[in-house]
Design a protein around this ligand. Structure first.
Ligand code: GLU
Length: 391
């Protein structure tokens, strides 16, 4: 008897979440594992956010459904946040609250893609985009970038990958997994190209405020004049250390957000009512913890980048945003491991450090290490990796 559908059988489970689950399993067995796996801040959610959620629990109103697109005050706060940090004017009605930014990615693909539509995906890319594209009936067209170019895509390579079926471009800055941040000029050139070719841009801005050389990453929507075909994705997970609360959002033209909302109304209904109140407190409340966490990530970034770069045979671009380093370790593999998949397994099983192999990001030969963890862990973990490679 046929078991899982062909559609779902094609989609591998999330490698980033898989690695973290494996690290947790090993720890539960009493094994000392350091995790550079999933990008998840190790800080507690700010106290005032937790307090707002606790209060919300005791209000019976919040035991009920909300509108499937989310609470209006939260949608208004998100619209203000988008105006402030992305620099584009959106109305609250053009915002939909989702179960984490991850679901916003799925909703955006579901709302925009017809079977066979092609999506340009600069690679290395986050593990989840191809799954979302595939499940929406689209076709992923990878556009490889090179370490020599700082992992940035340009108009020439997008132009070369475009066909008459190209419908969308996924633009991520700061990037997961490379930590690359596009300048306003670079983003504008890409936005102008998309506008001229009637291509939608899904701009995933989840790491927007985690930048280390600028205050905020320039938004492609804001720097491209009179451009309207964009969908912005963001959420509270990374900025406020709220990964488990699952509150993200998408914003874009009303017809697209309405289509996505219709889908959400059937798929999940609303996001957890109490979590929406927590997200509202995060956006409206004091922002000093955001800066404190950003400063801590910056110090960890410098530490991890220098420790990774010191390993013989490793080439690494200095990350400018998010909380990942993405070294090229292909010279380390030579004659010892057949792939970075195999090397990552050896690092986990023999050195007790969880990290994600480049294969999962469409970039074999690389490893992704998250530095959203404490300094001591970074030092201990990197020493273990250094010793394993030097053996
Ligand atoms: N986005 C983070 C990562 O890439 C969290 C895990 C996930 O959702 O993929 O590690």
């Amino acid at each position: 008897m046929k078991r899982a559908s062909d559609r779902l059988s094609r989609v591998p489970p999330s490698a980033t979440l898989g690695i973290s689950a494996r690290a947790r399993e090993l720890r539960a067995q009493g094994i000392d594992v350091i995790s550079f796996g999933a990008g998840e801040p190790d800080f507690a959610t700010p106290e005032h956010v937790v307090a707002a959620a606790a209060r919300a629990c005791y209000d019976l109103e919040n035991h009920k459904y909300t509108a499937s697109a989310g609470l209006r005050p939260l949608r208004e706060a998100i619209a203000e946040d988008i105006r402030r940090y992305s620099g584009v004017d959106v109305d609250w009605s053009e915002v939909m609250v989702t179960n984490g930014a991850k679901q916003a990615v799925f909703q955006a693909f579901a709302a925009l893609l017809d079977p066979g539509d092609e999506v340009l995906l600069p690679s290395p890319h986050w593990v989840t985009y191809p799954a979302g594209i595939d499940l929406a009936g689209g076709v992923t067209v990878s556009v490889p970038t090179r370490i020599e170019d700082g992992f940035k895509v340009d108009v020439e390579s997008l132009e070369a990958a475009m066909t008459e079926r190209t419908r969308m471009l996924v633009f991520v800055s700061p990037s997961n997994p490379t930590g690359v941040v596009y300048t306003a000029d670079e983003a504008r050139a890409i936005g102008e190209w998309a506008k001229a070719n009637d291509i939608w841009v899904l701009a995933d801005e989840i790491y927007q405020r985690l930048t280390y050389f600028t205050d905020v990453a320039p938004s492609i929507a804001a720097v491209t004049p009179r451009f309207e075909n964009w969908v912005l994705i963001n959420g509270v997970a990374k900025t406020y250390s709220m990964t488990g609360w699952r509150v993200g959002w998408m914003a874009g033209p009303t017809d697209i957000v309405d289509a996505a909302n219709s889908h959400q109304s059937h798929a999940t209904g609303n996001v957890d009512n109490v979590a929406q109140h927590a997200a509202l407190a995060a956006l409206r409340g004091p922002q000093d913890t955001v800066e404190e966490m950003r400063a801590a990530f910056d110090a960890r970034r410098k530490l991890m980048f220098s420790l990774v770069s010191d390993i013989p045979g490793v080439d690494c671009v200095e990350p400018q945003g998010a909380f990942y380093v993405f070294p090229d370790v292909s010279r380390v593999l030579e004659g010892r491991w057949v792939s970075t998949d195999e090397l990552a397994t050896a690092i986990l099983e023999e050195a007790g450090v969880a990290l994600v192999p480049g294969e999962s990001f469409g970039a074999p030969g690389h490893l992704r290490l998250s530095y959203a963890t404490g300094d001591a862990e970074i030092e201990r973990g990197m020493e273990r990796i250094r010793r394993l490679i030097a053996r």
